[in-house]
Ligand binder design. Sequence first.
Ligand code: NAP
Length: 289
Amino acid sequence: MPDPILLDGTATAQTIRAEVAGRVARLKAEFGVTVGLAAVLAGENPASVTYVKMKRRACEKAGIYSRAVEFGADATEEDIFSAVQALNADPAIHGILVQHPLPKGMDEYRILAEVSPDKDVDGIGRGSLGDLVKGDAAFVACTPAGMVELMDRYNLPIAGKHAVVIGRSVILGKPLALLLLNRNATVTVCHSRTVDLPRYIRDADIVCACVGKAEFITGEMLKPGAVVLDAGYNRVAGRTSDVGDCDYESCAQVASAITPVPGGVGPMTIATLLANTVKAAERSVGIVS
Ligand code: NAP
């Protein structure tokens, strides 16, 4: 097999971020609008703290005003709920991100459902997910939307292809399957109860790994020429860098295009969050794309 196309999420995300910065500047110049994103963080989960920091930094670089609404470990569900309601009503805020997971015992679904659909830039509120089923969501969950955007930026066809999505979480596998279905792929969704997973992977033109298990998918499982999108991000003891759900070395020998980890799907997530946020601000002044 010839070398696969490397789906470079870092470079593509940089391009998107530059595009976002241009749109942010236009909103300021033509409408006097400063685009604003609020991140609600509850508890002290170190990964969540890091993600929120990364998102805030990315906002600042793109000229987006970012506000962190932070609660300690003693916060109640009602505290978070009220904060979301206040942000819904705040004209300086165009996008609201509730960083998950929320502390144990909180009804995440109830809180996410309270985010105004016009500000649901994370795309996982009830309205956004419902609209995605219908096929016309304004905002789609950032990682799946970023994965499809990456394919589009490399002009990889989706319609008519057999896409196999391994994983069915609400933030990743399920919305990705719907997005691909809406783009006329034939979609198979696999999960931990799937019997004979290799049988499905072997038949896939597009393999989407959304599992959370290091190097779980290997090259010999793939159909030659398959496109491999790896959302996995797994810490492995003794390895200096996080690894994906796919064994990159063996998959790259069989795939026609593949995302590296890191530098593939990961950077696309934040870029998509920024793109969704500027889109929310544009919609607030009547620009609908
Ligand atoms: P999750 O909620 O734990 O979901 C994992 C999915 O994998 C579940 O649907 C599970 O099936 C399925 N699964 C587990 N073992 C399996 C097996 N042996 N065979 C087939 N399917 C299996 O995880 P997630 O939040 O979707 O995240 C998945 C991965 O993506 C993680 O590595 C995460 O770090 C990464 N991620 C990356 C980004 C990013 O920005 N790059 C964003 C989100 C997530 P069941 O439903 O049957 O349990």
